[in-house]
Design a protein around this ligand. Sequence first.
Ligand code: ZN
Length: 136
Amino acid sequence: MSNVKVLNKGEKYSHVSVGSIKNVDGKQFVKESTEATSCEISFGTLPSGAEVPFFHSHKHNEENYIILSGAGRFQVNDDVFDIAEGSVVRVAPGCDRNLKCTSSEPMTYICIQAKDGSLEGYTMTDAEITERKNLL
Ligand code: ZN
């Protein structure tokens, strides 16, 4: 069930919230709420000792897992390694992946899924400084 709330929406933006990250219910996907066109972002929580109940693979998308709290183990095909708060794991298409929480506290993470090889310009090669009046 989605707990994603749409908070603000304009012609050029969407602002949604999954609420408290520590209380994310299972997995929450935000692409439909934000109407994102370049990636899918999901928030996940695994209780102590839990793992995703299946391995999965993607045909065309890479995934970037960002661990926000807790610690655990990550498996890509037959490689296994430790992960913890601050870890970022990029997984290419065409391989199996799973993660497990081994800390006493729940593991919370964000997964960003985007088409492999699609990023061309970024940061300084895509951004430009503009002269907008600051209203903040
Ligand atoms: Zn996936």
